[in-house]
Design a protein around this ligand. Sequence first.
Ligand code: A3P
Length: 333
Amino acid sequence: MDHNHLEREEKESFPAKEVQELISSFPRARGLVLFKHLCQYQGFWVGRIGLEGVILAQQHFQAQPTDIILSSSPKSGTTWLKALGFAIVTRNRYDHLNSPLLTKVAHECLPVWIEFSFIQNKSCRSPDLPLLATHTSFSCLPKSVITTPGCKIVYICRDPKDTFISLWHFVNSNIPKGTDPFPLEEAVELFCQGLSFQGPYWDHVLEYWNASLEMPEKVLFLKYEDIKSNPVFHVKRLAEFMGYPFTLEEESRGMVQKVVELCSFEKLSNLEVNKTGKYNMLDKFEIENRSFFRKGAVGDWKNYLTPEMSARFDQISEQKWKASGLSFNVASS
Ligand code: A3P
């Protein structure tokens, strides 16, 4: 990897001198991420480039009562949630034949990341959509997200073992030519130590879980596995929470099923745009759209993790989540 090039890019993206100085004082580490430097900020490991955005958003982002914030840790269902949110909100504008989801990757249909918009000096909102996205941990969200009545958060997460395997594949499929892939053992080590993008993963999930219990009208907590096992039920629940409930008439016309099908892994992963297109991240890095669609399966970790690795994940889940009642052993609904 051209580390000098990366360093240069990272430095150029820090216009605010005070924020730059602040960031350089945080602990740094190499982690399981596309760009290897992570900084520890308020308990979470964040990529250097995104961290400036997180801090600027904390300082300047003003939530609106109509905002619906789609939140996730990377590789736990972000693309799916964005597609579902977009399809639900725009279902009276587009149908399954002319939806922008057919020609653009979900990240372009719904382009606003709260934290990244501050780095790019772009608007925090799409003019005709109430949806915004973030990977920021609950405790690092801008305060106005919590204090603004009406502003809602939908969080999606996934079994840590599947999230990890998905992340490991994603990182390896996007590393620059000539760079050695992350060996699985090393990747397990980094992820279990919390050294992944927005890690520790377990803490990211736990914070949103607790928030959803404390503020169920504000935070909807979704599990990837639950949506997989009963998509119609969860899409209806999602639409209702977002304030876009399906009417009985829509239900009788099969509208829920249409949204489910349009956003399904099978449909989206087979579209030309998602097989051959590229997503321009932060106007800096190109990511192949197909790397957002790998298998879309539950339990794929079994094909990769040794019993010892699996036991290590289980032990951390037990230790971090036992008191909270959170688990991924059984689909909850
Ligand atoms: P796998 O790597 O296990 O296949 P994110 O969107 O947060 O980056 O997560 C990517 C993961 O979600 C990948 O998992 C990807 O295949 C899966 N995914 C993407 N779109 C999906 C969809 N429409 N339905 C189900 N899973 C989807």
